[in-house]
Design a protein around this ligand. Structure first.
Ligand code: ATP
Length: 345
């Protein structure tokens, strides 16, 4: 039995705006699912409907086998971690973590024990008597996690929990959250607009665009086999190079140049990841490098391939200089998309 089951769940706001077109998917027990997409795509709306903070206007939602469309948030056996932590400033860390349990009438000694266990898991042992204002951003985020953990929920919901942290702390916290989720094995839905977070944390990614699901898959599937040009350009930084091309006699042509073999006749959008080009003196393609971006371990070569602007990703041991170079494409690396709809062919 799936832990979370959405059957044709949709959302139309009272003003008539359809923020989520009817959507169905299931999340298995213990799975870490990331909802990712640009601002306004409907990911928070979807998460808030699962949480019970937003009315479901069509379809059926099940959590742990129970239809919960009309259940109160408190009766859904979920715990939510927000971007703004939502900690009580006048309470200590200990009280903040235990607050939900106290509200539910859990005995004091049980609360005390659970709080200590959570604090231990989150490396907060030394901070239990501090107030939130005496903590760093990462520590506050951990307190918010602690509050979710002590409730032993069937489901964790995360709404962009790391957006308020600086880049370095974000990287550290995403590893911590992922490790913790693995350890606890609690089914989780995590909302972010950050594709790196999605790639690094998810067992499964749901890519959303304008109120619809574009693709559901593992990080590797979504990255290597994008279902549309939208997914191809949203996942990956820098994104996949997308070029208008033409299939002729088993070859994909970019103007006069041959990108590589593929079975398609006529106009097509060809997609090639930056790392799937090779700087190769014997390569068939003529690449004019304009700008080189040094990234330490790697470099990005920005230039033109015929009339297209293209980015090539190479390791730092590859010598490159601005000007004309030859390129080839790794075998099997060309993704073809419908030239009109952008859907994968
Ligand atoms: P962000 O990353 O910016 O939070 P999101 O993907 O989470 O974006 P939602 O907050 O789910 O997006 O909003 C989806 C769409 O629904 C947006 O176009 C938004 O303007 C619209 N929307 C949100 N709340 C309401 C509302 N109460 N009434 C009408 N439209 C709304």
């Amino acid at each position: 039995m799936a832990q979370v089951q959405l059957n044709n769940i949709g959302k139309t706001y009272p003003n008539g705006f359809e923020a989520l077109h009817p959507t169905s998917f299931a999340i298995e027990e213990g799975e870490f699912t990331v909802l990712v997409g640009p601002s306004g795509c409907g990911k928070s709306t979807l998460l808030r409907m699962v949480a019970g903070l937003e009315e479901i206007t069509s379809g059926e939602l099940q959590i742990a086998g129970r239809v919960v469309n009309d259940a109160d948030p408190a009766d859904r056996d979920i715990a939510m971690v927000f971007q703004n932590y939502a900690l009580y400033p006048h309470m200590t860390v200990r009280k903040n973590i235990g607050y939900g349990l106290k509200n539910r009438g859990t005995p004091k000694d049980v609360i005390a024990q659970k709080v200590v266990e959570a604090a231990n898991l989150l490396n907060l042992d030394d901070y239990l008597d501090r107030k939130p204002s005496q903590l760093s951003g990462g520590q506050r985020q951990r307190v918010a996690m602690g509050r979710a953990i002590v409730r032993d929920p069937a489901l964790f919901l995360f709404d962009e929990p790391l957006s308020n942290l600086d880049a370095k702390l974000r990287n550290q916290m995403r590893i911590e959250i992922k490790a913790l989720q693995r350890r606890l094995g609690v089914t989780s839905i995590y909302v972010t607009h950050d594709q790196v977070e999605a790639m690094t944390m998810a067992d499964r990614i749901i890519v959303m665009n304008a109120g619809r699901i574009e693709q559901i898959g593992s990080p590797a599937e979504v990255y290597h086999n994008p279902a549309s040009t939208f997914v191809a350009s949203f996942m990956g930084a820098p994104p996949m190079n997308l070029m208008p091309a033409i299939g002729v006699d088993g070859q994909i042509m970019l103007g006069e140049q041959t990108l590589g073999p593929a079975q398609h006749q006529g106009p097509v959008t060809a997609g090639i990841r930056p790392e799937d080009f090779i700087l190769d003196p014997a390569g068939p393609l003529s690449f004019d490098i304009q700008i080189i971006e040094e990234l330490g371990a790697h470099r990005l070569l920005h230039g033109t391939l015929g009339s297209e602007t293209v980015t090539v990703h190479v390791n730092n041991d590859v010598v490159a200089a601005p000007g004309a170079q030859r390129l080839s494409v790794k075998p099997g690396a060309i993704c073809l998309f419908d030239a009109t709809s952008g859907k994968r062919l």
